[in-house]
Design a binder for this molecule. Structure first.
Ligand code: HEM
Length: 360
């Protein structure tokens, strides 16, 4: 059923069961994929780098944009993790979707997730494409089933889902440098009385070219080279939902028309010159967790794909942290050695889900 009201969700029947099935399927998948080593994220396991950043809200935003973390002109310290989506963690020259996960620190106010209610962090998660691959949870779950199944199940699924193929073709790309790539939320979020999608658009002064003989980790190397030389800058922007039918909440596989609602800048992200490529900082990045649901209620995630992420990210993050015997903690500063705040308790759902005989 299509709604005509802005920022309004409509939950299809059977979605909760689909979400539970999907979460269990993804957990079993990472156990198969990481049999005897570190248990990694199901998606975006290859990290190019986790870097220190400043997130400065624009002065003089108009009242309709002064929402949540954007209410006051101020600068938040942040961590940003850049990644490749592919579970294979293969060479960067493979076509892929790239990730940019932003964690602001020093954000006052209660957050949405009960377990992280009193944390002073807020996450924004973006990828290098404007469209998510599937329309809803059922289609995503069917795609995962097909991709982890036989050749015939793949042919059966992709033969019937041409838009999924088209969105994949648009999204799987090569990039020269993660600091020079535009990123998008693809899914919508509440923003006052309306909904928005997020984007981070790089301000590029010296554009890199794709290397002619790329090393396996050339994206990490491009970041190292740029951050030795100069700061990296992004505009953080939102696109407001202005038409509930043409800009659907329940279908992130469809981009919202930019001529009907152009991107509006809310903040500048500055990644200052820095050295980030130490072993300690890699471990710190591996152990961080991001979820779109770790946010102020003013920025609540919307739509079925985000509803699925509420369950899946918590399960997979708790599972990999317990497997790796690493505490789940939110950072409070740029100091990676400082004692961090937050719960280390694994959730009951995760404890019951560990399969006997599979632990390293
Ligand atoms: C139903 C759909 C989705 C599922 C099941 C899913 C699943 C996951 C999982 C399990 C993780 C790892 C969580 C952890 O262990 O900490 C993850 C990370 C991530 N996801 Fe998704 N995801 C979905 C949709 C999306 C969408 C729409 C975006 C678009 C922005 C996205 C972008 C990312 C990024 C960038 C990361 C890496 C975050 C980091 O750096 O730690 N995902 N996803």
């Amino acid at each position: 059923m299509k709604t005509t009201q802005l920022a309004t969700e409509s939950i299809p029947p059977g979605e909760a069961r689909r979400i539970r099935d999907l979460a269990a399927r993804l957990q079993a998948k990472i156990v198969r994929e990481n049999p005897s080593s570190i248990m990694r994220r199901d998606a975006h396991p290859k990290m190019h780098g986790v870097v220190k950043a400043e997130f400065t809200i624009e002065p003089d935003l108009p009242p309709e944009l002064r929402i949540g973390v954007f209410a006051q002109p101020r600068t938040y310290q942040a961590w940003i993790r850049f990644s490749n989506q592919s579970p294979s963690r293969g060479p960067d020259s493979e076509r892929d979707i790239r990730g940019m996960a932003i964690k602001l620190m020093g954000v006052p106010g209660e957050k949405l997730l009960e377990r992280q209610k009193h944390e002073q962090t807020q996450d924004f998660i973006l990828i290098s494409t404007k469209v998510f691959v599937t329309r809803d949870v059922a289609q995503f779950d069917d795609m995962i089933k097909a991709m982890t199944g036989s050749l015939w199940s793949k042919i059966g699924f992709f033969g019937l889902h041409w838009r999924v193929i088209l969105n994949l073709v648009k999204s799987l790309r090569k990039f020269a440098n993660p600091l020079q790539t535009p990123y998008f939320s693809t899914t919508p979020y509440l923003f006052g009385a309306t909904a928005v999608k997020y984007a981070a658009i790089p301000q590029v002064r010296h554009p890199d070219k794709l290397p002619s003989a790329p090393g396996d980790d050339y994206l990490r190397e491009a970041m190292i080279a740029q951050l030795r030389r100069e700061d990296a800058l992004f505009d953080f922007a939102v696109q407001l939902q202005t038409d509930a039918r043409a800009m659907p909440i329940e279908d992130p596989g469809r981009a919202w028309d930019e001529s009907a609602s152009p991107w509006r800048k809310l903040a500048t992200i500055r990644i200052p010159r820095q050295e980030f490529d130490s072993e300690a900082q890699r471990v710190f990045g591996e152990n961080l967790s991001f979820t779109p649901w770790h946010c102020l209620p003013a920025h609540r995630p919307l739509g079925g794909i985000n509803r699925a992420r509420r369950v899946v990210y918590d399960l997979i993050s708790a599972f990999r942290h317990e497997w790796n015997q690493a505490p789940r903690r939110e950072p409070a500063s740029w100091d990676i050695d400082a004692p961090q705040v937050g719960s280390t308790e694994p959730s009951a759902i995760m404890r019951s889900a560990v399969m006997p005989g599979t632990k390293k």
